[in-house]
Design a protein around this ligand. Structure first.
Ligand code: SLL
Length: 218
């Protein structure tokens, strides 16, 4: 029999997926083309436990890796490897049996090389490169058992401020909203500007064609 579900209820849990990569530097094996060591992971924000709702994670690596589907059944849900190239990692998240949910598939582009505004600096220092993204797993109408489990664990509320090791917090969320708001205002302003420009051009064109009509051919 299908498990009873809590109607009209939605519960979410934040997760952080991504990778850290470090150049091998002097640890590089001259006989191998591998240049970096990296770890891809699925974690809770602030390293919160996620194993009460995630049962296992299957990381599907590039086919150039032996046993490219890595199934991790106990936390931490992560895979450490060495390699030379960046590629998309398919991350299939399986939930605990009580959830009675299908697995969810997310993707992460493995990053080895510095990017963004500090790229040159990070490259020069040879420091680690990180690429993490925040996501929310949503449980619509969770089973009653799962609802009880969620209710017994707090975990949907982000910390107020950033800390070493955790970038995702209420402040970063607010900063993102502020950036979106100012980007929208900028686009509105540009749209207005171009609309006015088009209207002015249309007006000119109308005037020109009217002038042409009014001037009889000689
Ligand atoms: C690229 N499309 O060309 C990507 C492929 C492949 C990454 C990246 C080594 C695996 C191994 C490795 O880093 N593969 O030797 O086991 O950049």
């Amino acid at each position: 029999m299908a498990p009873a579900r809590v109607q009209k209820c939605s519960v979410f849990r934040p997760v952080v997926i991504g990778n850290i990569a470090t150049p091998l530097g002097h640890r590089k094996d001259p006989a191998s083309d591998h240049t970096h060591e990296w770890t891809v992971s699925v974690k809770g924000v602030n390293n919160d436990d996620v194993s009460y709702f995630i049962k296992k994670v299957v990381f599907k690596l590039h086919d150039s890796y032996a046993n490219s589907a890595r199934s991790i059944e106990i936390p931490p849900f992560e895979v450490t490897e060495t390699g030379w190239g960046e590629f998309d990692i398919q991350i299939k998240i399986f939930f605990v049996q009580e959830a009675s949910e299908k697995p969810v598939i997310l993707y992460h582009r493995l990053k080895l090389h510095p990017y963004g505004p500090d790229a040159e600096k990070t490259k020069a220092e040879g420091g680690p490169v990180t690429s993490y993204q925040y996501d929310e797993l949503v449980f619509n109408e969770p089973t009653e058992t799962m609802y009880e489990i969620f209710a017994s664990k707090s975990g949907a509320i982000l910390p107020l401020e950033r800390s070493k090791g955790n970038l995702f917090c209420q402040r970063s969320e607010q900063e993102e909203l502020d950036r979106l708001e100012s980007a929208i205002a900028k686009i509105d302003e540009q749209t207005k500007h171009y609309k006015e420009k088009i209207l002015a051009m249309e007006k000119l064109e109308k005037r020109d064609s009217k002038e042409k009509q009014d001037t009889p051919d000689k």
